[in-house]
Design a protein around this ligand. Structure first.
Ligand SMILES: O=C(O)CCC(=O)C(=O)O
Length: 280
């Protein structure tokens, strides 16, 4: 059973306003240790989706993989027993919460490969506003290595093309979408240069194991590599969907490439995306 946790309403307001918020010390050491074990299993046995990226030969790798919760017990316990789903419900102001997937990210010591600026929701076949991720580090993260967010960007009217992390190129359009003239929504290039020029305020924090960053799936975010010569930067980022999340179409192959057999417009709750939490 999901553990309940009460969140300070001021933090919920901050999330709703900024699209990202740091919540200090929500997970105990036992849970952090469990998730660390799960991540280490995942690193040793990547799935077909796993990739290890390097900006240059001979340096640390940026590993990422996802959708392993069904085979990694520690992740299942985190999803179905920890306070994560209760947290997600309160931040999204949702009555129910389903689990979309988990994402493991590890930047080895001496990794210069960055996380490009992007927002997540365009990668996913999901429309709706009650959609968030919980970014949970299991290593201490100095501020300069932490994921960073463009404050308030989750409320921008624009949607952005997803980018391949490996090449940092936009996702190619599906051939049937090119033929049909694409989907009805216009997707823009992420305004990297304007973000880097300081046009908008950036949110970034120092984090400890036990902390979590809650962010909206349309919050534009990115991160530097890991300059430490000794410390890994291991993170479990879990994706959660609330009452208004429905299956949508995208003009590229969605990532992860799964839709759980749902029809467009259907609420995203099924065996593949299980309902984890319902507020009493
Ligand atoms: O940790 C990072 O560098 C990137 C995280 C990210 O993009 C995500 O969790 O959606």
């Amino acid at each position: 059973m999901v553990a309940e946790i009460r969140v300070d309403e001021a933090l919920v307001e901050e999330y709703q306003r900024n699209g990202a918020v740091l919540v200090k010390g929500v997970f105990d050491n036992k849970l952090v240790e469990k998730v660390r074990r799960g991540i280490d299993k995942n690193l040793k046995t990547p799935s077909k989706y796993g990739e290890s990226l390097k900006a240059r030969d001979g340096e640390g790798a940026y590993f990422d993989d996802y959708c392993n919760w069904q085979r990694i017990q520690e992740f299942r316990e985190y999803v179905f027993e920890s306070p994560a789903a209760s947290l997600a419900a309160q931040f999204m102001r949702s009555k129910e919460v389903s689990f979309y997937h988990e994402h493991v990210l590890n930047k080895e010591p001496g990794t210069s490969k960055k996380t490009p600026w992007h927002h997540d929701q365009a990668y996913y076949p999901i429309d709706g506003h009650q959609v968030c991720s919980l970014w949970m580090p299991v290593d201490p993260i100095p501020k300069e290595t932490c994921v960073k967010f463009v404050a308030g960007s989750h409320l921008w009217p624009k949607w952005f093309h997803p980018k391949k992390f490996a090449s940092e190129n936009n996702y190619p359009l599906r051939s049937d979408e090119v033929k049909d003239g694409g989907c009805s929504r216009t997707y823009h290039d992420v305004p990297d240069l304007e973000i880097e020029s300081g046009k908008w305020p950036i949110l970034q924090w120092e984090c400890e194991p036990g902390d979590v960053i809650v962010f909206h799936m349309r919050s534009v975010h990115g991160a530097e590599g890991n300059r430490s010569s000794v410390n890994h930067r291991r993170v479990l980022s879990t994706r959660w969907l609330g009452d208004d999340a429905v299956l949508a179409s995208r003009p590229w192959e969605v990532s992860p490439p799964i839709t759980g057999g749902l029809q467009l417009g259907q609420r995203v709750v099924c065996d593949t995306f299980p309902l984890v939490y319902r507020r009493n």
